[in-house]
Design a protein around this ligand. Structure first.
Ligand SMILES: CC(C)(COP(=O)(O)OP(=O)(O)OC[C@H]1O[C@@H](n2cnc3c(N)ncnc32)[C@H](O)[C@@H]1OP(=O)(O)O)[C@@H](O)C(=O)NCCC(=O)NCCS
Length: 185
């Protein structure tokens, strides 16, 4: 997978700022990733240790992006700088102009439109700076919060991929999939 260079390095979207991760974000990432929903619905390691947060922050720092390790932005409060969540590309194929988005929001920042607003900002960046023609979303069937974010951001849910997801225990689960195209914005 190619890794896009973060141009621009920072994206301001209303009350949110998306930027590369900074060392001061380690504590917030570590705390958020203890959350049962993040553990349940994403692929973060479990148990989630401080070293995982340190590695994630390093990979998704500006230097990490430039080295090709990172593809995620810190979603922060544009006023306070507080870390609210993350949004990034779990897949990116420059030749095919296809990317897939992924996100989580810290438990204390949920229910205020953070994920929706960050998704829209990320989509604009993908369509503009990266030249993406099709932005994909996928979530385990039953992740209603993620599906609502995708719908609210304008994605079309296209169907169910059977047994698309392999769980930590080796079992498999179906995935909802959807897409957003530049003309949908
Ligand atoms: C999914 C997640 C990112 C949503 O973040 P958020 O900032 O609270 O989302 P928003 O405030 O933008 O909400 C968008 C929509 O989802 C709905 N929603 C949010 N949480 C919900 C929940 N637990 N159940 C049902 N709907 C929910 C909101 O009501 C809103 O819908 P509406 O505008 O139609 O009312 C957050 O719950 C999370 O981090 N979950 C765990 C990680 C995860 O599942 N990531 C996605 C993996 S595919």
């Amino acid at each position: 997978m190619e890794s896009p260079h973060p141009e621009p390095a920072e994206i301001v979207a209303g009350r949110l700022q998306l930027r590369p991760f900074l060392p001061r974000d380690v504590e917030g990432v570590y705390a958020a990733c203890q959350d049962a929903d993040i553990q349940r619905w994403t692929t973060v390691p479990a148990p989630y240790r401080r070293a995982h947060a340190e590695g994630y922050v390093r990979d998704n720092s500006l230097a990490g992006w430039e080295e090709g390790a990172g593809r995620s932005y810190a979603v922060t409060d544009a006023t306070t700088g507080d870390l609210l969540g993350t949004i990034g590309l779990v897949e990116y194929d420059a030749d095919e102009q296809i990317a897939e988005i992924g996100y989580w929001v810290s438990p204390g920042a949920r229910g205020r439109g953070v994920a929706t607003q960050a998704t829209t900002a990320m989509a604009r960046w993908c369509f503009g700076a990266l030249g993406v023609a099709r932005l994909q979303w996928a979530a385990e069937v039953g992740n209603e919060a993620s599906r609502r974010v995708a719908l609210r951001a304008g994605f079309t849910v296209e169907g169910v991929l059977r047994d698309r997801i392999r769980a930590r225990d080796g079992s498999r689960a179906d995935a909802w999939v959807g897409s957003l195209l530049p003309r949908d914005l």
